[in-house]
Design a protein around this ligand. Sequence first.
Ligand code: FES
Ligand code: FES
Length: 165
Amino acid sequence: MGPERNMKTEIAFTLNGFPVSLSVSAHKRLLDVLRYDLGLTGTKEGCGEGECGACTVIVDGRAVNACLYPAPEVDGRRVVTIEGLMDPENELSVIQKTFVQSGAIQCGFCSPGMIMATKALLDENPDPTDEEIRAALLGNLCRCTGYVQIVEAVRLAAEKLEKRR
Ligand code: FES
Ligand code: FES
């Protein structure tokens, strides 16, 4: 490991609504900062190569793969993880509830990433078609459910969120 790899940089960002600052090495991944430096283990590591979506978090409103995202790049940005979705009364969010209700969670390993990708989709497009849902979740793999229940969960969440507006 060369000396530049050990170089640390100070970063400050908003994590689930709270300000966070810490020192990270230049090549550290956002995924490792979240899981190991900050202890937020809801974000999962599957492939580690940008292929499975298990590590999906939202940065400035956009779903990104935290396993590919360089930690220094979150400086000044807003990051939301699955831990940030609970509502202020500490209840599961609408999206989390509809995933449970629809049977879209089996082993649960893909679920945080699926749910964060869904959150990014519905924030941007509150009434997506099934095709749009499938397109938005294309980068999120599930080896258990066969996706039908996941699409149902997203559709149901969209309906429930629409009623709340
Ligand atoms: S762990 Fe990041 S995409 Fe698979
Ligand atoms: S529920 Fe097991 S991978 Fe999706």
